[in-house]
Design a protein around this ligand. Sequence first.
Ligand SMILES: [Cu+2]
Length: 420
Amino acid sequence: MSLRKFISNKTIAALAVIVTVFANTSAFAQEAAAGAATAAVAKPVDMFPIYKSIAFYAMLFLLLCLFIAIVGKAMRVYELTREAQEKSAGINWDTVNGVLFVLFLIVGLYGVYFEYTVHGHMILPDAASEHGQKIDQMFNITLILTTIVFIGTHIVLFSFSYFYKHSGKRKAYYYPHNNALERIWTIVPALVLTVLVLMGFLTWRSIFFKIEDPNHKPLSIEITSQQFAWTIRYPGADGVVGLKNYKLITGVNALGMDFKDKNNLDDQTADELVIPVNKPVRLILTSKDVLHSFYMPHFRIQLNTVPGMTSYFEFTPTITTADMQTKVNDPAFKFLFYCSKICGSGHYNMQKVVRVVSQAEYDAWVIKQPKIINNDLRKAFNLPIVPEAAAPAASAPADSTAKPAKDSAAVAMNKPALKK
Ligand SMILES: [Cu+2]
């Protein structure tokens, strides 16, 4: 019985094509490398560019598949030969499969150990916000529980496959049902999941539902998303972010701010999100065009920004950028916020720096930020024009606790643009 008979013509043809292409690309690469080397340039020459191409690895994979297929066929030849000679089967496939299951378990468990110990530190550092610590705690509890269950069930699954593999010496026992077992594997996971879900619900509630307290005056900052940028708006001296309306958006009024609302007159814009440490911050999130997602991973914040709707998120940062740089031992460390919703071709570029500083540093920084209002906007809203010299970029000292912050921003944004 020849091997040829067991490997179809198609397989041989495919193998021939792959080997030829592989040999040709290698030869071509070698020639190219040699050519580049003779060109009298002092540049370092990559002698093995072929090993970096996708085609190389794709072909390597296909060759490996073919090799396995050929070995498989050769073994079949061996078995059929023994069968034809009326000898007992040469290979006990039940044992082979059983041993493979155990090997898979050992390699898999080592993989889990490797990921936890070697790659474990690659996850985000400790949360930089109050609520973030609660979220991390929940994450850790869930991770520990699922890891224990994962390891236990997999040891049972693969060792049963080994110990109870098919054997000609025993007969399978017909065991269709066991009420006690059914109860255990229904009730135990149900109880564990109930506890986890309740914990999640209560944590979520503590993050989103703040007790009404007149002395509670968070710093309100509005962040507007658009393809492909973020606009940050600070409330100015009055501590209130002014009204805006999508119908007022023009070339000069990019946010659609309504300057008839006095709260808008002192609003400022900034190029980075600067916030004081250990003070509550209330983010007002809106979008000008499509869905984006405001994502501040170190603070464990992620919330969609939705056109025609205003979302809020309140949090308290607990560590300054400078302290975090010391903690992670990286003087270049920066907190960032990103867009985490694929919103178009420039999505990757939607990020800005977040700087957590002391209250004193924040106060000194915020008064230097430019006001949004200018003479073009004053003209558009029939407001008295201010001579250029008398209109400094920022004048009034910012006092974020001047008035109880009433979030009036974007109240008028809730109607969708149906007309025209
Ligand atoms: Cu995006």
